[in-house]
Ligand binder design. Structure first.
Ligand code: ADP
Length: 502
């Protein structure tokens, strides 16, 4: 697949998934908004009913009071004006709660009024008096409410237990069954009273629903009933809970998609690396093969066969180039082994210093070729480690190979290998060079598979970004650790720490 195709697919898929997410978020936002509006409407309707109930209670209170007083003041009249008629008794028409009126039938029963007095004139007279009485009673009630209602303490007018009961009833009849806290507040913002949890429920951004109580009280003296719902957010959340799985599925889709794209890019990079690798290898193999074939041609020449000097020269070329070929083959093997090393590892007791010493020796010639030096400062006591000898050798070899590969052109390479014991249980091995160094941002990534620092103008440096990844993997399998320190233009230092085998 072409890189551009992967990018187009990524873009299309990203737009689709983001669009889906956007629609889901919008839908959820609208749901929350609608729920909030619904909630607000229900609560305000309920509180309005609570306020109306309280006003009705107050009217009832004054009606009861006036009725009691009226009954007291009408008592003498009952005996003198109407004689044996008892229509001013309780049957007069106000029930015990004072909430309904109506003339008691008893007042007009034929048995109670004498036959001579039962004329229509009398009945009209009684009705008129009754009407006048009720009218004056109501007038008085209205006057009392207008003049004295607001003088009553609010705690009496709106008793907390009654208010709580009314709120509960109204909310439940509107289908809202949830805990609430409430308070009655003066215009001065002081509380007449509030429930225990009211202030706590208002601490962090709570919504207060307010309703004016007794709106006909004189101006500027309006109290408000404030209600809060501590569990409101849970209530709103419960109505959008069903959306959560759809979000989860979208995120899973996004994660799987992202992973697939990463895999596609990785696969693409891998195939590019494979091609690079084959090209490089062909090039690397071609040079020694052509040198060897030249040497073979020389040997076939009878003139050369007679000259021992030329013979020796041809033999040297063949030996050197074979070595080079073997090194290249070794590298290919290392690469092919990269992913299945843990299966092929043979851990055994190995003298770390002995291995280092041997590798350093094989590098001496190479370093001297560039006019440089290599020193081994092996100071560790009893440096026995539990490693695979072949892989451990490769590790030291790779580090020294890099130190030469990434040398500075203008300075002779100075390589230092050292070993010491940082404590009784470990050995530390350092490989130091005075090469080109590594930038800080690259330093974090050099141990990643296929990571290569762009080497600028240095076309002669070939590599696949696998050497240090291999080193890192091996050291980790040996239960050790590796880190790198470097300064651009000065050199690099690789520090390996391994546990000692005691
Ligand atoms: P490569 O095949 O490119 O050498 P490595 O994994 O061995 O891959 O190294 C990764 C990168 O780290 C290299 O591209 C190189 O830039 C940098 N590097 C490794 N060793 C050294 C060193 N001793 N000095 C400077 N740069 C180094």
């Amino acid at each position: 697949m072409k890189k551009s195709t992967i990018w187009i697919l990524t873009a299309v898929m990203a737009i689709a998934v983001l669009g889906l997410l956007f629609v889901q978020i919008m839908y959820m936002e609208n749901m929350i908004k609608m729920r909030n509006e619904q909630f607000y409407e229900v609560v305000m309707r309920s509180l309005y009913n609570v306020a109306t109930n309280l006003e009705r209670d107050e009217t009832k209170y004054f009606l009861d009071q006036d009725l009691n007083e009226a009954q007291k003041s009408f008592a003498p009249l009952k005996n003198s004006a109407i004689g044996d008629n008892d229509f001013m008794s309780n049957d007069f028409g106000v029930d015990s709660t004072g909430s309904s009126f109506g003339a008691g039938n008893k007042a007009f029963s034929g048995s109670n009024l004498g036959s001579g007095l039962n004329s229509s004139m009398n009945r009209q007279e009684i009705l008129k008096k009754q009407y006048m009485y009720q009218k004056s009673l109501l007038n008085e009630v209205v006057l009392s409410i207008l003049n004295h209602a607001s003088d009553r303490p609010i705690k009496e007018r709106a008793d907390s237990s009654i208010v709580s009961l009314y709120i509960n009833q109204e909310l439940q009849s509107n289908g809202l069954n949830m805990p609430f806290e409430f308070a009655i507040q003066y215009p001065s913002r002081n509380f007449a009273y509030c429930t225990d949890g009211y202030e706590a429920s208002c601490e962090d951004k709570c919504e207060i629903y307010s309703q004016i109580l007794f709106p006909n009280d004189p101006n500027g003296n309006n109290k408000t009933l404030n209600v809060t719902f501590p569990t409101k957010s849970d209530y709103i959340f419960s109505s959008i809970k069903f959306m959560l799985p759809s979000f989860a599925f979208t995120f899973i889709l996004m994660a799987v998609f992202t992973y697939t794209i990463i895999l596609a890019f990785r696969q693409k990079k891998l195939s590019e690396i494979k091609n690079d690798f084959i090209n490089n290898m062909t090039h690397e193999f071609k040079t020694p093969i052509s040198s060897i074939s030249l040497a073979a041609q020389m040997l076939n020449d009878p003139a050369v066969a007679k000259s021992p000097v030329l013979l020796k020269q041809a033999a040297t070329v063949i030996t050197d180039e074979t070595k080079r070929l073997r090194f290249q083959v070794e590298k290919v093997l290392q690469m092919s082994m990269f992913d299945r090393t843990s299966a092929t590892m043979k851990l055994q007791e190995v003298d770390a210093d002995a291995v280092i010493y041997n590798v350093v020796n094989t590098f001496k010639l190479k370093v001297e070729k560039f006019g440089g030096t290599i020193t081994a400062d092996l100071q560790s006591d009893d440096p026995i480690v539990n490693v695979d000898e072949m892989h451990f050798t490769n590790v030291i070899f790779n580090l020294l190979d890099n130190a030469i590969k990434y040398r500075r052109e203008d300075v002779a390479p100075q390589l230092k290998v050292a070993s010491y014991n940082p404590d009784d249980d470990h050995i530390t091995i350092t490989v130091e060079d005075n090469g080109i160094g590594i930038k800080r941002e690259d330093l974090k990534k050099i141990f990643e598979k296929f990571y290569r620092v762009s080497t600028g103008n240095r076309h002669d440096v070939k590599g696949f970004g696998l050497g240090l990844a291999y080193v890192h993997k091996m050291i980790t399998l040996f239960d050790g650790s590796i880190k790198a320190e470097s300064e651009v233009g000065k050199g690099s230092k690789f520090i390996i720490t391994l546990p000692l085998l005691k």
